[in-house]
Design a protein around this ligand. Structure first.
Ligand code: FPP
Ligand code: MG
Ligand code: MG
Length: 352
């Protein structure tokens, strides 16, 4: 088995760059010529603790891991004559740092909209944007963030990256619509699980997959490395969402900064419920009526805890994390690669 450095800490290795990220995004958002718009759009970038920043962290660590793998091959041979190699080396992380910011801006925009759609009052331990600025301004601030992200994206001057990152926005919308529409229970349990996993890809994994892919494209990687990067992001994302759905049962406001049981209360059956329904078919009726009858939410919660639905979901998350880790073995070993392997592990063992 490959020798992975277990102490390669993704948080420590990306700390300085992640700390710079919020400030850099803030700087990019000023000048909307309307202070309220600027303020709303920068809302989560103003405080030191604006979320886990897991997406930019992945982009930054992966960029470094790929630089170690690709070596000098990534540098534009043409400009080798016009620019010293050392200068080019400094250019590259700058593009990928922008990519990390774009990824976080798209994510944050989707959260502004999501909290309006879900009527969610808190996010990241703070009042949601719409609670402070109102629904209209929250939607517009999300749109503004997306617009700014698009401009930053175009400035990377890489058509493949523009297409890849734009696909994320399409996928986020598709995932959200799939979640709102839901699947029809008459399709059967298997079909419903497939629908749920597909929805998870669109709403969560695509952002990570395509951000990682873009980092590899910007590094001038071979198709094999681009694929490996995509695969890593995709499966970390799948694992991440499954764990998120477990934490909706196991977490609480104090640990998550958002209320627990949000999914059941919103009428959503996630993996823990679907696995539980295999053991307790009485759940199916509740799923059909979206847990709307008196006592449904409590009963469903009770059954989930009595079954091994949460364990099975965690097991599935671990399988995805393992696929993600394996994909990275395509890269040469480096402390950055190993930190990403550890990150995949941390995603499945997180408690918030
Ligand atoms: C959080 O899910 C929400 C998302 C991952 C995506 C939401 C996407 C949209 C609202 C489509 C619009 C997209 C853009 C780019 C503006 P959740 O509600 O399950 O999780 P939560 O508990 O964190 O709220
Ligand atoms: Mg939500
Ligand atoms: Mg939502």
């Amino acid at each position: 088995p490959p020798n992975v450095q277990v102490n390669a800490d993704p948080f420590e290795l990306s700390r300085v760059e992640v700390e710079m990220l919020s400030k850099s995004i803030r700087d990019d958002l000023v000048g909307s010529e309307h202070p309220v718009l600027t303020k709303a759009a920068s809302y989560f970038f103003d405080s030191a603790d604006g979320g886990k920043k897991i997406r930019p962290m992945m982009v930054m660590l992966l960029s470094r891991a790929l630089a170690d793998t690709v070596g000098d091959a990534q540098y534009d041979q043409e400009s080798l004559f016009t620019k010293p190699l050392k200068e080019q080396r400094q250019d590259l992380p700058a593009a990928q740092r922008r990519l990390a910011e774009i990824s976080e801006m798209i994510h944050t925009a989707s959260l502004f909209h999501d909290d309006v759609i879900d009527g969610s009052d808190t996010r990241r331990g703070m009042a949601s944007v719409h609670m402070v600025f109102g629904n209209k301004m929250a939607i517009l601030a999300g749109d503004y963030l997306l617009a700014r992200a698009s401009i930053c994206l175009a400035r990377l001057r890489n058509v493949e990256v523009v297409e890849t990152m734009s696909t994320i926005i399409e996928h986020l919308v598709r995932g959200e619509v799939m979640q709102i529409r839901g699947s029809s229970s008459s399709d059967g349990a298997e079909e419903n699980m497939v629908y749920y996993l597909k929805k998870n890809f669109f709403k969560t994994a695509s952002l990570m997959a395509n951000s990682c892919k873009s980092a590899a494209v910007l590094a001038g990687c071979s198709p094999e490395l681009v694929n490996a990067s995509y695969k890593y992001g995709k499966h970390v994302g799948m694992a991440f969402q499954l764990v998120d759905d477990v934490l909706d049962f196991e977490g609480s406001i104090s640990s998550m900064g958002k209320p627990a049981l949000a999914d059941l209360n919103a009428g959503l059956a996630t993996a823990p419920v679907m696995f539980t329904a295999r053991q307790f078919p009485e759940l199916e009726e509740m799923m059909d009526r979206k847990f709307r009858d008196e006592g449904d939410v409590e009963r469903a919660q009770q059954l989930v805890f009595e079954s091994d639905g949460l364990e099975q979901t965690k097991h599935l998350a671990r399988l995805h994390a393992e696929i993600a880790m394996e994909a990275l073995l395509e890269l040469d070993d480096s402390v950055y690669r190993d930190s990403l392997i550890n990150l995949a592990y941390k995603v499945v063992s997180r408690t918030k």
